[in-house]
Design a protein around this ligand. Structure first.
Ligand code: HEM
Length: 339
């Protein structure tokens, strides 16, 4: 029997649905939301039309700036997606990662390698010129992440706006953000603390289908795994040789997806299956029985990966947002709270 591609997609969606129901009925992840919510449920306060009259060109301005910057430096696209994740990972999506002072989040070890700040500043300057004191830095970050995703071949999703910018950014609050060597229980619990479920964890980790890591992040994994003086035995030998050759210095870079590093596709999941994941946390998603079925489903269907990535990015952008009249502000300069 030959199945049409739409029947395969349907079957895979059904499979994913069943896995989620199975996980939901176990007590491991009690807050699992329904994956069948393909029509994204965004926070009531966020609104697609938020800037329609106050800054009608907002989306166009951001998109053309992303085109401009990524044409000059394509490696910025993944960095901008990560910037949004790291913003939402502490104090919610409130632009706190952008605040620039000696003890702010961006100075923490977890923020190692974060880049793209100058892109946000450039966009903010243009928005302030065209619509002063209107568009929040948190909304800029989430829109930039969407446009950067599309730029590398990932899915498009409709944006909702109305996030305000926070006043606080503390380096020590970054200490809970996973750095690449934590176990799966830690990852699940960290995501849960942000209102994100296990499907969100596995599919958003799929952002590692593009971009790179500093060798510092994998040094222990390839030279001194669990203080054994040896490499992680789960790494495919040829890939380990490659990583060792590439990582002469901690400041060198390696691709997170060694097979198609610049394309947003499901090869990340296939690499994990083949022992070619760069980060230990990515590999751990394969060996844990709670997450491995999801790795297999996304490895099987690029289409499903794209669909669910869009849904989970909307969930991410909804994390602990500030929207009330008495909450946050619209920063004039993303690096500093208003005077
Ligand atoms: C599950 C927990 C996660 C861990 C442990 C993790 C860890 C890391 C690490 C260690 C790096 C390399 C940093 C460096 O050395 O420069 C990295 C890069 C990256 N991460 Fe994650 N990450 C996680 C989740 C996410 C999520 C949810 C997203 C986005 C939705 C994301 C997107 C990225 C991207 C795109 C890069 C490449 C950045 C670039 O090329 O500049 N990560 N991640």
């Amino acid at each position: 029997m030959v199945l049409s591609s739409s029947s395969v997609h349907l079957l895979l969606s059904l499979l994913l649905h069943l896995i989620v129901i199975a996980v939901k009925s176990s007590d491991v992840v009690p807050q699992m939301s329904d994956i069948s919510d393909y029509v994204p449920s965004v926070g009531e306060e966020l609104w697609e039309e938020h800037y329609v009259t106050s800054c009608p060109n907002m989306q166009t301005i951001i998109q053309s700036k992303i085109d401009e910057w990524t044409a000059k430096d394509p490696t910025l696209a993944p960095s901008l997606i990560r910037l949004h994740y790291m913003d939402c990972a502490v104090r919610g999506c409130d632009g706190s990662i952008l605040l620039d002072n000696p003890s702010s989040e961006r100075t923490a070890p977890q923020a190692r390698g974060l880049r793209g700040f100058q892109v946000i500043d450039d966009i903010k300057n243009e928005l302030e010129r065209q619509c002063p004191e209107t568009v929040s830095c948190a909304d800029i970050l989430s829109t930039v992440a969407r446009d950067a995703t599309v730029k590398v071949g990932g899915p498009f999703w409709s944006m909702s706006y109305g996030r305000k910018d926070g006043f606080i950014s503390k380096a020590e609050e970054m200490s809970l953000v996973p750095m690449g060597y934590e176990n799966v229980t830690y990852l699940i619990e960290f995501f849960q603390s942000k209102g994100l479920n296990m499907v969100d964890l596995v599919v958003l980790s799929g952002a590692h289908t593009i971009g790179r890591a500093t060798c510092d992040a994998i040094q222990d994994r390839i030279f001194n795994f669990k203080a054994t003086g040896k490499a992680d035995p789960s790494i495919k030998p040829q890939y380990l040789d490659f990583l060792k050759r590439k990582c002469r210095w901690g400041s060198d870079y390696v691709h997170l997806d060694p097979t198609t590093p610049n394309t947003f596709d499901n090869k990340y999941y296939k690499n994990i299956q083949a022992g070619m994941s760069t980060l230990a946390t990515d590999h751990s998603l394969k060996i844990d029985s709670r997450t491995s079925p999801l790795i297999n489903v996304f490895a099987e269907s690029d289409w499903l990966f794209h669909q669910q990535f869009a849904v989970s990015m909307i969930n991410l952008g909804d994390t602990d947002i500030l929207t009330g009249d008495d909450e946050g502000e619209i920063r004039v300069n993303c690096n500093y709270v208003n005077q």
